[in-house]
Design a protein around this ligand. Sequence first.
Ligand code: FAD
Length: 286
Amino acid sequence: MSTDFFRPASLREAVETKAAHPDATPIAGGTDVMVELNFDRRPPGALLDLTAVPELACWERTGDGVRLGAAVTYTTVIEQLGVLLPALAFAARTVGSPQIRNRGTVGGNLGAGSPAGDSHPPLLATGAEVELVSVRGTRTVAATDFYVGAKRTALAPDELIAAVLVPLVPGPQQFAKIGPRNAMVIAVCSFALALDPAHQRVGTGIGSAGPTPLRAPDAEELLANELPWQRRDRLGDAVAQRFGELVAAAATPIDDVRGTARYRRHALAVLARRCLLWTWEELRCA
Ligand SMILES: Cc1cc2nc3c(=O)[nH]c(=O)nc-3n(C[C@H](O)[C@H](O)[C@H](O)COP(=O)(O)OP(=O)(O)OC[C@H]3O[C@@H](n4cnc5c(N)ncnc54)[C@H](O)[C@@H]3O)c2cc1C
C-alpha cells in the first residue's frame, strides 16, 4: 500500500491540503504518529508533514499572554519560556528524553488528545485556548472544551491546530507528575496549579485520571476563598488537606496497567497538597 506525503511550505498551503485531503494525518515531531505507524495501528493513508510550515514553529508575546505555535517543541518551551509559562515548562522538562523533547511539540500533545499528555494540566490551570484553523477560517476553543473524550478532541476533519494561546498568570505555578521512575514515563497521574494573587484566582489541571484532562472547580473555589491572599500567613494543614481531597474527588480515574483508580486518587491528593505548599511558599517569599 502506498502513502501520499504532503509537505506544505506555508500555513495557507497546509490548510488547503487538509481541506482537499481531510483523512491525511498531520505529523509534526512524529513522536506519537511514528509509534502508531510502526505498530501498524494507523493505516498509512496520507501524511501531512507540518515541519516546513514556519508559522507553526514560532512563539510570540501577545498583549496578555503567549501565542505558542503548534509545532513549538518542548525544548523551546524549556529554553525560552520558563519564566513566562512556568507550569508548562515544568511539564515539558518531564516529557520523555532529550530526543523526544527536541522533536515532540505541544500541538502534537493536543492533537493526540491523550489524557496522560503532560502539557494538558498546565494549559487547563492557566486558562489556555487552542487556535484552530481551516480554509473556513480561524476559531478558538477553551482548552477545557478541546478535550471531548478519550483521545478525542474538538478538531474537525479539515482543521489544524495553529497555536495555543496561554495567558500570563501573574503568580506562582507548579506541575507534578507520578510515574514508575523519573524519566521516560507516561504519567500515572499529574497535576498543575496556578495561583493568581492579583485577581485572587486559582487554576488547576489534572492529567491521566479521567477520560480527558480535567479541572477541579470545587478545589479552585476553596482556595480562592480560603487562601490568606492579603496577609500571606503560613498555610494551615486543614486547607491543604481539604484541597487535596477536592482535587482527588474531581478525578474519574480507572484501573489500568499504570495504576489503580484508588492509587491515582491518593497520589493526586498528595500532588495537589505539594503543589499548593510550593506555590504558596513562593508567593510568601516573593
Ligand atoms: C519514548 C517516548 C516518550 C514519551 N514521553 C512522553 C511524556 O513523558 N509525556 C507526554 O505527554 N508524551 C510523551 N510522549 C508522547 C509524545 O512525545 C507527545 O505526545 C508529543 O507532544 C507529541 O508531539 P509530536 O509533535 O511528536 O506529535 P506527532 O506525533 O507529530 O502528532 C501527534 C498527534 O497530533 C496530531 N497533530 C500534530 N500536529 C498537529 C496540528 N498542528 N494540528 C492538528 N493535529 C496535529 C497528529 O496527527 C497526531 O494525531 C512520548 C513518546 C515517546 C515515543
